[in-house]
Ligand binder design. Structure first.
Ligand code: ADP
Ligand code: MG
Length: 242
């Protein structure tokens, strides 16, 4: 797998009079993991949506491996940047296998056998080779999220975005998904992860960014952010979640 760096420069987004992102600068180096933490409503999901071209910024730039992609074709960009959502977003009436092969066929224009070979390889990687013929509803939440990850990986992305990928899961299912994400970090994919899992952020992230009211208030190593927070806002946030 080939990883790319991803960078936001001065990105601002408003909805009416609500400024949701206020000049956000953030860079994830190639093959590194940044976790974004912060209170609800601080702009974390909007930030990820800008990176995946689901949200047009009012101003600022988005760079992939140093090249501006802020005007790139969204479909082309989404082949290079995979995204995993809190609620999986699988097609409910399709089999697990179809969920992975359909985007490969429609976007990458692969033949059915080519798509199925990739899908089965990716399913095996996430430990779900035997689930190929089932509908998503026959799987646990944790298994469904692993299918969603397999689907994103099947596109062979250079960057993966995770938006609270474990927040909708029963507690006993969280660990398997986090381990899978940690494995991707270890294999050298570039990851930008919005999470409430502070243990994951501390152990897996190279950098942690704390967002509040549309700004990155603090960014640094996990040790710096968790053990030596500079701003009162981060200190208060950590006292509430740790
Ligand atoms: P977070 O993921 O940190 O909880 P979000 O990025 O989802 O924050 O949202 C930040 C703020 O922007 C919230 O106040 C939210 O209500 C608002 N917001 C997000 N998307 C939209 C939208 N499409 N239209 C209007 N307001 C939005
Ligand atoms: Mg969110």
């Amino acid at each position: 797998m080939t990883a790319a760096s991803v960078e936001l420069r001065g990105v601002s987004v408003s909805f009416g009079t609500l400024e949701v992102l206020r000049g956000v600068d953030l860079k994830v180096e190639r093959g590194r993991t940044t976790c974004v933490i912060g209170p609800s409503g601080s702009g974390k999901s909007t930030l990820l949506r800008v990176v995946n071209r689901l949200q047009e910024p009012d101003s600022g730039d988005l760079l992939l491996d140093g090249e501006s992609v802020v005007r790139a074709d969204p479909d082309a960009l989404r082949q290079r940047i995979g995204m995993v959502f809190q609620h999986f977003n699988l097609f409910p009436h399709r089999t697990v296998l179809d969920n992975i092969t359909l985007p490969l066929r429609s976007v990458k224009r692969l033949t059915k056998p080519q798509a199925e070979e990739i899908a089965r390889t990716r399913l095996a990687e996430v430990g779900l080779a035997d689930k190929a013929p089932y509908r998503p509803s026959a799987l646990s939440g944790g298994q469904q999220q692993r299918v969603a990850i397999a689907r994103a990986l099947a596109m062979d992305p250079e960057v993966m975005l995770f938006d609270e990928a474990t927040s909708a899961l029963d507690p006993e299912l969280v660990k398997g998904v986090l381990e899978l994400m940690a494995g991707l970090a270890e294999r050298g994919l570039t990851l930008l992860v919005v999470t409430h899992e502070m243990g994951f952020a501390r152990q897996v992230a190279d950098r942690v960014a704390f967002m509040d009211h549309g700004r990155i208030v603090e960014e640094g190593t996990p040790a710096a952010v968790f053990d030596d927070p500079a701003s009162p806002r981060l200190q208060k946030f950590l006292s509430q979640v740790l």
